[in-house]
Design a protein around this ligand. Sequence first.
Ligand SMILES: NC(=O)c1ccc[n+]([C@@H]2O[C@H](COP(=O)([O-])OP(=O)(O)OC[C@H]3O[C@@H](n4cnc5c(N)ncnc54)[C@H](OP(=O)(O)O)[C@@H]3O)[C@@H](O)[C@H]2O)c1
Length: 301
Amino acid sequence: MFSKFMKAYFIVFLSLCILKNFGISPGIAADFEERSKTALITGANKGIGFELTKLMLGCGDTVYAVARHTKPLESLKTTYPDRLHIIKADLGTVEGQNAVAPAVTSMLNFVVHNAATMDPVGDGAMLDSSKTEALRSMLNVNGIAPIILTNMLGDKFMPLTRHLFVSSRAGDTMFKGIIPYCVTKHVLDAFVEGLRTDHPDILAATIHPGEVDTHMQSILRAPAESDFALAPVFVKTHTEGRLLAPLTAARFFKWVLCGASDDEFVSRKHNMYVDKSTYPHWVPEGVTIVNPYPDSGASDR
Ligand SMILES: NC(=O)c1ccc[n+]([C@@H]2O[C@H](COP(=O)([O-])OP(=O)(O)OC[C@H]3O[C@@H](n4cnc5c(N)ncnc54)[C@H](OP(=O)(O)O)[C@@H]3O)[C@@H](O)[C@H]2O)c1
């Protein structure tokens, strides 16, 4: 009897050590040991979405990964052939939006509307007629697709499915030079507000992931100052190493999805820099969360 107990104790101890080596804290591991769930994540091929996809798969979940460019996901599929379902779709098009729901064959516990583009960027981009197609695609990917997917996936939702819409501090205010992007993030915040009004039973929330070192940030650094007055601000933040790793943001997302209670989940716009009481659950060892723009927007509200 005693040796059986020691054996079980040893196995648990060993598992926790292995998980720690993979950068997964025991708190998060325990959370995932309790359940194996199914998530749909858009923009799953790079940046925060890719890290979140890997985290979910690594913890035993099934992921429907929606992406326009699927190569990184195909490599991942060799490790998770049964639990990773790749849905190739350009969410900037009606065809791409329509392709998602029919490809989902099981009920979803989580939907993460993460895909977004920053193009067109630049002062006056909103009314620049040479950028109409980029603008149309952006409005579709960032603003319309999350609403249409929520509409079309209805029969794949359970009563407690969590819908997470990836917003930004750009959803709280307007920044010159990225007005189209700000408008799309306002749309998401408004949509969640609308869901709460019309469907208070649906668990929906928005999230601001923080300032994260991804392709999107590189788009903000690329223009000349004459085209985009804020570009030097983004260059400086990057040069000073003040952007967070995508994995850190993904851990925050995962905690909001899996660690927060239902009441907590719907209680607010989740904000990486504001939700300090949650840090012990997801901030990796050795990482300090510092807002590079504490005075701009409403992100530290
Ligand atoms: N990084 C930050 O500092 C920051 C700050 C605030 C909010 N956010 C938000 O965080 C989320 C994730 O962004 P990220 O920082 O991880 O940027 P990212 O690396 O550029 O990822 C954006 C994702 O959206 C996908 N996407 C873009 N256009 C698409 C289309 N037409 N069809 C399908 N997918 C498309 C991209 O895939 P492709 O390879 O196909 O382009 C990519 O997977 C976004 O909603 C963003 O607005 C980011």
